[in-house]
Design a protein around this ligand. Structure first.
Ligand SMILES: *Cc1c(COP(=O)(O)O)cnc(C)c1O
Length: 448
């Protein structure tokens, strides 16, 4: 029987044979007894630990690491969690970066998610032992923040909110929509296609740049399911333009569904052109739809806020069951709405002078460590389908462009942006608490 216990050394009698380096590499069973890997298996499960071990052994066989370092390499290769998603520092200057999961959750929301991960009373009234309305406390939290809404419902994302409204209120009927608001929301998904997939027909009115209340009035009739107002959240039409307000549309006597996109519940002085749920409900929208993971700063979900009878119709439609959110989303949403200021809100409201001071300080520390770094002014954006055209003055660390890859593949990965031949690490969306982590990552990428 082969013993992998201790690295086998050539017997004195084997003098003719060169030592086989593979023999020196500890076997899997032995490595798995390393206390650090035992602890890893308890935390991550045996599969991932065995993978890390096999990978380290392979590296030793390939001569990339010494046989004596296999255990250390396996420990270093253990993932942080049993899922492969890795936390990334968002230094892109895009506050809501779709490829980075849009809004980062607040610490309060993360805590709530962790607690909700087990069995929870998501649909149970503990006082009576009977069934409770699913997510009632998250919905109540939304209604407290938006008193203009009589009722609320939550689905998987903003697109699902529109699909539910179109299906429940306009299947077999017409949705009246301006040609200026037939938008693509990203990744090839177009609102008109999404709406028509529900069996509703689109009644297009007006032109790309100009649509008046009269255009809508002429199209509204017995076939109308609702009038849809969409906030063009990822582009701007400038020049000779006109559009009808929600108040004008509400005066037409048919329900108005208003898609604000971003999820601002109330006006934000930093984004004066961005519509908010309270404002469009006050203007007479029957239902406002929005995303939870944009400017609201919460988890991915779709909000439907508005008139009691209409929202109830949506919530009771059979399709609502297919679009319902899980307990983790409800927990994160409630904590976002009830809890402290979100990271997205903080990033949006940073003082540019403080950002410049911070960039100068960090760049100075990097230069002291021999890293080619400078503090530069930068322009951040909201991104993720919100506040198109809005420039947020910011500050960045400017590094050699060649560091971008090492930063991206480091631990933690840092995503900057390439601009004018440099790698910029924009600080607006990087929490202050991550400054030391950022410095460590940059030094490591620069080999300092
Ligand atoms: C982002 C957006 C959507 C889609 O919302 P998701 O949550 O991404 O599904 C729909 N309408 C508008 C105006 C948007 O900005």
């Amino acid at each position: 029987m082969e013993h992998h216990g201790t690295p086998t050394r050539p017997h004195p009698g084997d003098r003719a044979q060169a030592p086989d380096p593979r023999r020196e590499i500890a076997g899997t069973d032995v490595l798995l007894r390393d206390p650090r890997l035992v602890e890893g298996a308890r935390r991550l499960g045996p599969r991932l630990v065995k993978q890390a071990v096999a990978q380290a052994q392979q590296r030793a066989r390939a001569g990339e690491i010494a046989a004596a370092d296999v255990a250390d390499a396996a420990v270093a290769a253990l993932p942080r969690t049993a899922a492969q998603l890795r936390p990334v520092l968002n230094a892109t200057g895009v506050l809501l970066h779709t490829n980075l999961g849009r809004a980062p959750l607040s610490a309060a929301a993360r805590d709530a998610v962790r607690e909700a991960g087990g069995c929870t009373d998501v649909e149970l009234d503990l006082a009576t032992g009977g069934r409770a309305r699913r997510g009632a406390s998250a919905l109540a939290a939304l209604l407290e923040r938006v008193p203009q809404a009589q009722a609320a419902h939550v689905v998987n994302n903003g697109a699902a909110a529109l699909v539910l409204a179109a299906t429940a209120l306009a299947a077999g009927k017409e949705i009246v929509i301006s040609r200026g608001e037939m938008v693509e929301i990203g990744d090839g998904f177009r609102l008109p296609d999404l709406l028509e997939s529900t069996g509703a027909r689109l009644r297009e009115v007006g032109t790309t740049n100009r649509t008046t209340a009269e255009d809508y009035a002429a199209a509204v009739g017995p076939d109308t399911g609702f009038v849809l107002k969409v906030h063009p959240s990822n582009f701007r039409v400038e020049g000779f333009t006109r559009s009808a307000s929600v108040a004008q549309l509400a005066a037409l006597g048919v329900p108005v569904v208003a898609d604000i996109g971003s999820g601002l519940l109330a006006p934000d002085p930093a984004l004066p052109a961005e519509p908010d749920a309270a404002g469009w409900l006050r203007a007479g929208a029957a239902v406002v739809t929005a995303s939870g993971d944009k400017l609201l700063g919460g988890p991915q979900c779709g909000l439907l806020l508005g008139e009691e009878t209409t929202v109830r119709r949506l919530a009771r439609h059979p399709l609502a069951r297919a679009l319902r959110v899980d307990k983790l989303t409800l927990a994160a949403l409630e904590a976002t709405v009830r809890g402290p200021s979100t990271p997205t809100h903080t990033a949006l409201h940073r003082d540019p002078a403080a950002l410049r001071e911070r960039a100068g300080r960090l760049a100075g520390r990097l230069r002291a460590d021999g890293v080619d770094a400078a503090a530069v002014d930068s322009e951040a954006t909201v991104g993720g389908g919100g506040a198109p055209g809005v420039v947020l003055p910011s500050a960045a660390l400017a590094l050699p462009a060649g560091l971008a890859r090492a930063l991206r593949t480091g631990e933690p990965p840092v995503m900057g942006r390439l601009e004018a031949g440099r790698c910029l690490l924009d600080l607006r969306a990087v929490p202050d608490a991550d400054d030391e982590t950022l410095l460590r990552a940059v030094r490591a990428a620069a080999g300092r």
